[in-house]
Design a protein around this ligand. Structure first.
Ligand code: ADP
Ligand code: G6P
Length: 462
């Protein structure tokens, strides 16, 4: 019989990566902030994490890594295509990000989404102990709260959406709208990154289902469902330590040297995703080169774009567009041996990312829409030297907290250029002042606080 846990996390992905090791392959805990935040809670409660192990071969049986029980859920090739690439990443992802690319709607994707969500709910119902707390994560699993409640009314169920929640008008496009809303309302507490998102959700419950609400609480049948904002954060101390590590600093120096010791290094780090505003940022850089405000080799840009969701059409189109723009800029402004834009379609270790953060004079985070954006927070935390400047989109959740960044509207090319210009020329005293305030904020508002605040509220202890 499966061991049952008092605390269960349900997420599309398990927080482990399969890596080559002596004598074969082994699972290692992946570095993300979510697992860092939840690890102490999971470890203290013999917790279980339910999720997909990646791949479409038969899923491994339950196993333990670092004191966490992992309970893999399998996906077939057909489900990967319809549930993950289709309904999750070609319907819901673009719709919830303000339809910056048009969402696609397909019946067969919705069916697969329902089927896979039911499988996750079954797995959670199997591993949860009597009266356990179950925390469901993100847009891939919005039907799980209601499905789980049906199977296990004894559980305390929380849901957190890591991405934006759209306006009523946009949400109403979705053929599966009632089902998804009812799915979310299966939770006791539904958490969002922003207050506005929580409000959208509450108003939607009235608009679509005629439900009554008082403050942040919606009345559903004989239950109360609470909605609220719980802005996620990073493991600030860990990123501060990485930034301060002598090896990371030596690597940062080496990176600058390899770039030709320019005066200004401009950096972008994102998954290659159309919500991230990568083209907008490249365009701002190109125009500042054209205007001779910046010039190569004094200024160079490094754009790290991690491969992501590569079989989804919008992502393929974006890659072509970004690579064309990089080629155009380098064609016009590079010299032999000195590119204007160093474009890296690769994934890096945390230490290499920290070194890049330390090497960058200006970090550009310009999403058209983003639930939070952790890269912006990581950059600030890595800069214990108080160096560097952050250009940040108003449309990233992080902008409500990192107010000392050079904020811009990524839909306005002149606004992006202006913010970049100001970040490049800011005087040191002012730059350090801004960095210091943002760091202070992140020290108290870290991912541990995020998890604790949510779980305290979920358990009704707030
Ligand atoms: P999203 O969740 O949409 O990808 P975030 O900025 O919130 O955006 O989180 C991205 C996370 O992935 C950050 O923790 C960041 O450090 C990490 N990351 C981004 N690019 C890379 C890369 N090339 N290699 C390794 N990790 C990366
Ligand atoms: C965002 C989503 C996560 C997702 C991650 C990586 O952060 O909110 O749920 O896991 O992107 O995307 P992927 O599709 O590779 O899991």
């Amino acid at each position: 019989m499966t061991e049952r846990s008092a605390f269960v996390v349900v997420a599309n992905r398990l927080p482990v990566d399969e890596v080559a090791a002596e004598g074969g392959r082994e699972w290692r805990r992946s570095p993300g902030g979510l697992v860092t935040a939840l690890h102490p809670v999971l470890a203290a409660h013999q917790g279980t994490w339910v999720g997909w192990a990646g791949g479409t071969d038969a899923a491994p049986g339950p196993f333990d890594v670092d004191g966490i029980h992992l309970h893999p859920v399998p996906l077939s090739g057909d489900e990967l295509e319809k549930y993950y690439e289709g309904q999750s990443n070609a319907t819901i992802w673009p719709l919830y990000h303000d339809a910056v690319e048009p969402p696609m709607y397909k019946r067969s994707w919705r069916d697969a989404y329902r089927r896979v969500n039911a499988r996750f709910a079954d797995a959670a119902a199997e591993v949860a102990a009597d009266g356990a707390t179950v925390w469901v994560q993100d847009y891939q699993l919005q039907l799980v709260p209601a499905m789980l409640r049906e199977r296990r009314p004894d559980l305390r169920i929380g849901f957190f959406l890591h991405i934006p929640f759209p306006s009523i008008e946009l949400f109403m496009q979705m053929p599966q709208r009632v089902e998804i809303l009812r799915g979310l309302l299966g939770a006791d507490l539904v958490g969002f990154q922003q207050r506005l998102a929580a409000q959208n959700f509450i108003r939607l419950a009235r608009h679509l289902l005629g439900l009554r609400y008082v403050g942040q609480t919606v009345e559903v049948d004989d239950r109360r469902v609470k909605a609220g904002a719980f802005p996620i954060s990073i493991d600030t101390a860990e990123m501060e330590r990485m930034g301060a590590d002598p090896e990371v600093q030596a690597r940062a120096k080496q990176i600058r040297k390899e770039l030709g010791d320019p005066k200004t290094v401009i950096l972008g780090v994102d998954r290659l995703d159309y919500t991230k505003g990568i083209e907008q940022r490249l365009k701002a850089f190109r125009e500042l080169l054209a205007e001779d405000f910046l010039s190569v080799p004094d200024a160079v840009m490094v754009q790290v774009a991690t491969p992501s969701r590569e079989r989804v059409e919008h992502y393929q189109t974006l890659r072509v567009k970004v690579e064309r723009e990089v080629g155009r800029i380098n064609g016009e402004y590079a010299r032999v041996g000195v590119p204007a834009v160093h474009y890296l379609h690769q994934s890096y270790s945390r230490a290499e990312l920290a070194a890049l953060y330390r090497a960058a004079d200006v970090m550009m985070v310009t999403p058209l829409r983003d639930g939070m954006n952790l890269v912006a927070k990581e950059y600030v935390a890595a800069r214990g030297d108080l160096g560097g400047a952050l250009v940040l989109s108003e449309f990233a959740g992080a902008a409500s907290e990192l107010k000392q960044a050079f904020l811009c509207n990524p839909h306005d090319p002149d606004g992006v250029k202006d913010a970049l210009r100001r970040a490049v020329t800011v005087d040191q005293v002012e730059a350090r002042r801004r960095m210091r305030i943002m760091q202070r904020h992140l020290r108290s508002h870290n991912v541990e606080r995020w998890a604790n605040t949510f779980l305290t509220e979920l358990r009704g202890e707030a």
